[in-house]
Design a protein around this ligand. Structure first.
Ligand code: CMC
Length: 378
């Protein structure tokens, strides 16, 4: 039973388990491509709808293809009354728990339930992409004692999310920043939640199960929870001049500075810079420039760690953007989930296409075989 000769890759770091056409990440250079398109181009020039089409269908759409795709997305935003009732029943839970439960419940009402063909999986994936923002804002309203705001189909995905959240339309700049945030979060290869979704699909289970499991994996602070952690940190720091001491104290406790470090990137996360400009603009516009200054001061204090490959990641700036938009901290991870939906759908479809059971092994280090002793003799 010796396990000495077994090569163990704890955390599966740097282990390739399959091929993908989804996204390419060069962690040393800080490069991220979705289906061959640079994240910088997509963040600056694309929309969430177009990027979703690209991810799911593998190519940039023509105008008519994009219009048809968008019509499908816009027409699927409502969630069944029964799911609203489930949300009411669990309204005091964390929004990620509510999102997980409601996503799972949606499978019971989906017209394609039980059909795991690629066509049905795609239809279900698109419906879920549309429904997830509605779950998040429905719960937000219900727990606040208000009636949920019904989705509108004359608004883009990002604008409709903010409309359902605030009960009124936001200005174009705010909508565009949310749209960019969704694009930046849309796909990231074999991250923990997408890998989880693939493991579920590997058993030939359906997309609702896979995405429900993906949501569970995303909810942890080492994955999706970092934006919430960054905002908590910024609030605790309070003023830019406190940042250096704060960081020193965190590192002395051997804790993690939230929004820094990444399993794959050893250079700056290429997604971060697009949200940095947003924080700067928004904090100035809202007369609260200190938030940007605090983040800058944290980056300055973390500079010695850059040599060890610990840089800002996508979630470093995201939290402050949500905060300045009046979004409560516990909705930060659900917003990550809204953005990640097309990536999960793509990963599920790709896994299904060339499916295999994902079943690695654990090296046993427990006791040698021993005699069973009846309970009366123990
Ligand atoms: N602050 C301080 N030290 C850090 C940090 C950090 N944020 N991240 C890594 N390190 C140190 C860590 O202490 C370790 O040092 P040592 O070798 O002396 O023990 C070394 O760097 C390697 O860390 P690791 O935990 O082995 O690296 P990992 O690849 O397992 O962890 C991570 C990646 C993202 C979990 C980690 O960097 C972290 O906890 N960061 C803070 C949370 C965070 O911002 N998460 C969001 C990730 S981006 C969004 C997403 O894709 O989900």
């Amino acid at each position: 039973m010796t396990t000495d000769k077994i090569d163990i890759h704890r955390g599966l770091a740097d282990v390739y388990f399959d091929r993908t056409e989804s996204s390419f990440i060069d962690g040393k250079e800080g490069t991220l491509l979705y289906r061959g398109y640079n994240i910088h181009d997509l963040a600056e020039k694309s929309t969430f709808e177009e990027t979703s089409y690209l991810l799911i269908h593998g190519k940039l759409p023509t105008r008519s293809e994009l219009d048809a795709f968008d019509v499908d997305l816009r027409s699927s935003r409502a969630i069944p009354d029964q799911v609203v009732e489930i949300i009411r029943a669990i309204k005091d839970s964390h929004p990620m728990d509510v999102l997980r439960t409601a996503t799972s419940a949606l499978s019971s009402f989906d017209p394609d339930a039980g059909d795991n063909s690629p066509e049905a999986t795609l239809r279900k994936g698109l419906r879920l992409t549309s429904q997830v923002p509605t779950i998040v804002t429905t719960h937000y309203a219900i727990r606040d004692g208000r009636e949920p705001v019904a989705p509108r189909n004359d608004l883009s995905h990002a604008a409709n999310f903010l409309y359902m959240f605030k009960g009124e339309e936001c200005d174009e700049d705010t909508n565009q920043l949310m749209d960019k945030d969704f694009i930046l979060h849309a796909e990231h290869g074999s991250n923990a939640s997408s890998f989880t979704a693939r493991v579920v699909v590997g058993t030939n289970a359906d997309i609702h199960g896979a995405i429900t499991a993906g949501i569970a994996a995303l909810s942890g602070p080492s994955h999706g929870g970092a934006a919430e952690g960054v905002m908590k940190m910024a609030l605790e720091i309070g003023e830019p001049e406190n940042a250096a001491q704060y960081v020193k104290d965190v590192l002395a406790r051997r804790d993690r500075v939230m929004g820094f470090g990444h399993r794959v990137y050893r250079a700056e996360d290429p997604r971060a810079r697009h949200l940095k400009a947003g924080v700067k603009r928004l904090s100035e516009e809202m007369g609260q420039p200190k938030w940007y200054a605090i983040l800058e001061a944290v980056i300055e204090a973390m500079k010695p760690y850059a040599r060890r490959g610990i840089h800002v990641n996508v979630d470093f700036f995201a939290g402050v953007i949500y905060y300045l938009n009046g979004i409560p901290e516990d909705l930060f991870v659900p917003i990550f989930a809204i953005g990640r939906m097309p990536g999960w759908v793509l990963q599920v479809l790709e896994q299904q296409e060339n499916n295999i059971l994902l079943r690695p092994r654990l090296a046993y280090v427990g006791p040698e075989e021993q005699a069973y002793v009846p309970i009366a003799d123990r």
